[in-house]
Design a protein around this ligand. Structure first.
Ligand SMILES: [Zn+2]
Length: 128
């Protein structure tokens, strides 16, 4: 079995549109579309999309490197890789069990629902 080349670092590239073909080791960032994309750091070649938003990922650029928050969990991919991108460096995180993945997905749905209902309320001028 051939071992895959893991990606250790991701350097940012700011683009208007995320290209169709991504280069390994590059984190493409589109401010216009509030999204970032990179090839899975495990080396499987799958494209990973991380939308940027209050209920999605937060992206910090220090002028050189990028930090993504929270971690990138590719539960939908066959590799199921899970890692952090901190200051452009890929830090591997543990593999999650199915129940932990389910709990995280549920938490994500609840957070999104709360956020969007709050946003709706503030649009119609009601405050809590
Ligand atoms: Zn992968």
């Amino acid at each position: 079995m051939r071992s895959r080349m893991r990606i250790q670092a991701l350097r940012p590239e700011f683009v208007e549109l995320i290209p169709d073909v991504l280069e390994p080791g590059v984190l493409y960032v589109s401010i216009a579309y509030a999204t970032a994309s990179h090839l899975c750091a495990c080396g499987c070649g799958h494209k990973v999309v991380t939308p940027i938003g209050p209920t999605d990922w937060r992206l910090t650029w220090d002028g050189e490197s990028i930090t993504l928050y929270p971690s990138v969990g590719n539960w939908g991919l066959p590799c199921r890789s899970h890692y952090w991108v901190r200051e452009g460096t890929v830090e591997w995180a543990g593999t999650w069990s199915q129940s932990r993945i389910d709990a995280a997905r549920k938490h994500d749905r609840v957070t999104k629902r709360q956020y969007f209902s709050r946003a709706r309320r503030s649009r119609i001028g009601k405050t809590e």
